[in-house]
Design a protein around this ligand. Structure first.
Ligand code: GLV
Ligand code: MN
Ligand code: MN
Length: 424
């Protein structure tokens, strides 16, 4: 992290911020659960959200369509039709019981910026595209970044066979959503069509708030490894099998989870590990669990550090399974390298922030983002907006109107002053 210059803040009206927050609240009403926000890949709620976002895109002067994986794609032409684009965006799916800002803030801010440019009749020697990616969170199927991978042309067709917890395959879910699974290749874009990919996102951590800053320039997006663990022991009668003779898969999983926590706590270099899902079978009070499935998410500031930690964690889990006579199946379901933001784009974001009189500050992203997939076809960069209390993936996630406005001003200034990188 580094302070790159100092500036002033303190503002009056926040017209862009007010529009963005109004729409964030409207979009948050679209949820599968009556009392919390849950909007998952390829569900009717995702479709309803897509329709609303496309309406806002068209009102902003863009053409809009749904692509072959369910991404919402808006395009604002440049001085001539068909020019390469500056691509902006984020995702519009959510985790379960989510906050309303993670993802939609980047999509809706970009749309409000385009609407403002359109009102002023501004056109550029490049087009602007805004994408709302359909699956960044990876809640429904084991894999993640499905929307941005389709756009980057790196979607792995094998994941079409993966099933959600209700046994519905991704292929079936796409058909139910009205999409053709064999057409996903059509969502792919090429390097020549994109000048850059820039994503604005809520920080999801406490750093900007602690420094009293509304916006930040992201230096890099930390990589992650996700695994699915399946332990198989022997189900049995809770009253009759002596403790020493049990092969309790859930007790084994509990020991593994404690070992993962211990490994990460003992690390002083920023290693984090999470078991966010566990399922025990057969799942009855008086039956010893014969099977336990759980997920693992491991992240660290560098790839070397993360890879070393994953190797050690696997060694420990294998040892626990062996000692408890449990069969272990461990699969890597997602692996993403750390992605540095492009220096030339970071410099233009820093210039835009300074021009808006916001202090310029660089920080790393511990959370994953669609830029991790987009980097395969474009240079990427990110703008972070302050998050109240550092709380995210939680309904209390919050951004102040003035901060939403600050993010929009920086993004707008970036677009208006954008200079594509010269070839060579
Ligand atoms: C996405 O929110 C992630 O970092 O898991
Ligand atoms: Mn996000
Ligand atoms: Mn998220």
């Amino acid at each position: 992290m580094s302070e790159m210059n100092a500036g002033v803040s303190g503002r009056g009206a926040s017209p862009l911020g007010e529009e963005i927050v109004g729409r964030i609240n409207r979009l948050a009403e679209i949820s599968e659960a009556p009392d919390n926000l849950t909007r998952i890949f390829l569900t009717p709620e995702l479709r309803a959200a897509a329709d609303l976002i496309m309406t806002w895109m068209r009102e902003a002067g863009m053409s809009a369509h749904l692509d072959a994986i369910g991404n919402v794609c808006g395009r604002y032409e440049g001085e001539r039709l068909g020019l390469p684009c500056l691509m902006l965006g984020s995702h519009y799916d959510t985790v379960r019981d989510a906050g309303r800002w993670d993802g939609p803030l980047g999509v809706l801010t970009a749309i409000s910026c385009v609407a403002d440019l359109n009102k002023r009749g501004r056109r550029f020697p490049f087009a602007i595209e805004v994408v709302g990616f359909a699956d960044e969170e990876g809640v429904r199927f084991a894999s993640t970044l499905l929307g941005s991978r389709a756009v980057a042309g790196t979607f792995n067709e094998r994941v079409l066979a993966s099933k959600d917890s209700a046994g519905v395959s991704m292929r079936e879910a796409l058909v139910q959503f009205g999409l053709d699974p064999d057409d996903i290749g059509a969502a792919a874009r090429t390097r020549g069509q994109l000048l850059a990919y820039v994503e604005l996102h809520i920080e999801q951590g406490p750093v900007l708030e602690a420094r009293g800053l509304p916006v930040g320039v992201v230096s890099a997006i930390a990589g992650a490894t996700r695994l699915a663990a399946r332990l198989t022991g022997m189900a049995g009668h809770a009253g009759t099998v002596p403790m020493a003779l049990r092969q309790d898969a859930l007790a084994g999983a509990a020991e593994c989870i404690a070992a993962i926590e211990q490994l990460c706590r003992a690390d002083e270099g920023g290693l984090v590990g999470t078991v966010g899902y566990i399922h025990a079978m057969p799942g009855a009070t008086n039956v010893i669990p014969g099977k336990a499935h759980f997920t693992i998410d491991m992240r660290a500031p560098t790839d070397t550090h993360r890879n070393r930690a994953v190797t050690e964690m696997v060694r420990q889990i294998e040892a626990i399974a062996k000692r408890r006579k449990l069969e272990l199946q461990l699969d890597v379901t997602h692996e993403n390298r750390t992605v540095p933001c492009a220096p030339w784009l970071k410099a233009q974001i820093a210039e835009a922030a300074a021009a808006e009189d916001y202090p310029v500050f660089e920080l790393a992203s511990g959370a994953g983002h669609d830029g991790m997939a987009m980097v395969d076809i474009a240079d990427v960069a990110m703008v972070f907006v302050r998050c109240r209390g550092g709380i995210s993936h939680h309904p209390d996630e919050h951004v102040e109107v003035a901060d939403a406005d600050a993010g929009a001003r920086v993004l707008l200034r970036l677009i208006e002053n954008f200079r594509p990188r010269l070839a060579g």
